[in-house]
Design a binder for this molecule. Structure first.
Ligand code: 5GP
Ligand code: ZN
Length: 114
């Protein structure tokens, strides 16, 4: 989508610090990190949110999770642990409407939902 900032990042129209890329997926550093390590993983095909991607092409979810698995193993994050978060809609706190998965780690993260 031409007005989508993450599509622009995929097309290198907006700079980003890439940490991972393959045929289907890219991973890059979040501009405003909420943990010592904070990355965003996105499919190269535009979809709006997790329900949209699930309806349109659920295989893309495994593309993204395979990428996260490979990256976290290669970078060492998998050995210390990490968290994956996705936000959908206003109440979920979604601000960018290209499906993305936050990968957070590099330190002990605060408890979630407690
Ligand atoms: P959301 O709030 O939609 O779940 O997450 C959007 C994330 O994208 C936020 O954590 C925000 O910091 C990040 N973000 C927004 N614009 C940019 C950008 O231009 N570059 C990068 N690297 N991250 C961005
Ligand atoms: Zn997009």
């Amino acid at each position: 989508m031409s007005d989508c900032i993450f599509c622009k990042i995929i097309n290198n129209e907006i700079p980003s610090t890439r940490v991972y890329e393959d045929e289907f997926v890219i991973g890059f550093k979040d501009l405003n990190p909420l943990a010592k390590e904070h990355y965003l993983f996105i499919h190269r095909d535009h979809s709006e949110n997790i329900n949209d991607i699930t309806d349109s092409d659920p295989a893309q979810l495994s593309d993204v999770f395979k990428a996260i698995s490979k990256f976290t193993k290669d970078s060492g994050l998998a050995s210390t642990g990490f968290r994956v978060v996705t936000n959908q809609g206003v109440d979920g706190g979604q601000t960018v409407f290209h499906t993305h998965f936050h990968v957070l780690g590099g330190e002990k993260l605060a408890g979630f939902g407690s």
